[in-house]
Design a protein around this ligand. Structure first.
Ligand SMILES: *Cc1c(COP(=O)(O)O)cnc(C)c1O
Length: 370
């Protein structure tokens, strides 16, 4: 058997037929950029996430840039981010002219903690924090960090590129985030068939500014109130995601089954299966395990030899990327992010993974000898 790390083509029966018919309609009526289907998608997204405002844009990186700008981050402002994330988080801060400061994450929870956020705020006095929720989990102290940022007047933007469908204490992670973003890159849990992203907010002013920024700073057809750029969502992608949203809960249930099976059945002491904190209901985006940096290379070779795909999300800390040196304003590092980058392993996980595929992965992983 061969099990890929991810297979994004396991659609529901009739999904492709429905999308093809809707695509033909768009081609006939000439709705290519914007138009009613984008509004329909934004309404469906708002309904699904229970946010006050949900706006589509071109991709998840633009979404962060739009959110930072709309929330009030300006040139040369200091912005904190976790040292363990996807590079786009770091890039977005630099691209809006602000200065990134990396904060180490916890080895236990793999995320920022309230204590590390406080330490960063006291040391660097930032304008904003870009908190990231990885692996389909939520940062364990999200609610406390939100409270703390409010009390300190620090802008909080949350990168939820991996967190659509995640709940904290039974509520969508996006509902009470004052400003958050997501990515609809095809490999994310709600994937488009190309690039797309979203900005969510509880603040009408942030929503208005986002809308203006993503459409050339437009305040009227040829009135430009700000320097924005073009980050409009295409109608085809909006239509694809309107159809995908109808199946999202089923897809997430299927993913959660995979990660739960691994946690229940993998008993090889070489792997420590990780889980989100108890208040968090994950979306099953990734399965996460930690190994020692010494055993991981042999395990990776073993997976390859057994035709099992894998991920290492992420294999390097942000602060040590060659691209960071010219831009980073400062960092707090205890070596945790770098240790995680050498220890993390992700097993195959995707919607509609078959039970025999899960069983094969479990059997092979349990048979590995370090
Ligand atoms: C995917 C991702 C992004 C970037 O999204 P794109 O749509 O690829 O631009 C940003 N942050 C995180 C954490 C991501 O996983």
């Amino acid at each position: 058997m061969k099990v890929p790390f991810i297979d994004i083509l396991r659609y529901e029966n009739n999904f492709l037929e429905t999308v093809s018919a809707k695509a033909a309609e768009l081609l006939k009526n000439g709705h290519f950029v914007g138009g009613p289907v984008v509004g329909q998608f934004e309404a469906a997204l708002k309904d699904y996430t229970k946010t006050s405002y949900a706006l589509g844009c071109a991709n998840g990186t633009d979404a962060i840039q739009l959110a930072l700008r709309a929330a009030g981050v300006e040139k040369n402002d200091k912005v904190l981010l976790p040292d363990m994330t996807f590079w786009a988080t770091f890039e977005a801060i630099v691209n809006v002219g602000a200065v990134p400061y990396t904060i180490d994450v916890s080895r236990e929870t793999l995320h920022l903690t309230l204590a590390s956020v406080k330490e960063g705020v006291e040391k660097f006095n930032p304008k904003a924090i870009l908190m990231v929720h990885l692996y389909g989990w939520a940062c364990p102290e999200t609610l406390e960090i939100r409270e703390y940022c409010k009390s300190k007047n620090v802008i909080l933007v949350e990168d939820c590129a991996q967190a659509i469908g995640v709940k904290i204490k039974g509520e969508s992670i996006l509902t009470n985030a004052s400003v958050s973003t997501t990515s609809f890159y095809p490999a994310k849990v709600l994937g488009a068939s190309g690039d797309a992203g979203g900005v969510f907010t509880t603040d009408e002013k942030v929503a208005t500014a986002t809308k203006i920024l993503l459409n050339h700073g437009r305040t009227g057809h040829y009135d430009h109130g700000m320097i924005g750029w073009n980050s409009r969502l295409g109608a085809y992608e909006a239509m694809f995601m309107v159809e995908s949203l109808k199946h999202l809960d089923a897809r997430l249930d299927s993913r959660r089954h995979v990660v739960e099976e691994y946690r229940k059945k993998i008993n090889n002491p070489a792997l420590k299966m990780m889980a989100p904190s108890k208040d968090v209901w994950e979306n099953g985006y990734l399965s996460v395990a930690l190994m020692t940096p010494e055993t991981r290379p042999a395990f990776i070779e073993y997976l390859k030899a057994n035709d099992i795909g894998y991920g290492t999300v992420y294999p390097g800390a942000m602060s040590v990327q060659p691209g960071a040196a010219a831009h980073i304003g400062g960092k707090i590092s205890h070596g945790h992010a770098e240790w995680i980058s050498k220890s993390v392993i992700n097993l195959p996980c995707f919607a509609y993974m078959k039970q025999e595929e899960i069983d094969y992965v479990v059997e092979k992983v349990n048979a590995f000898k370090a």
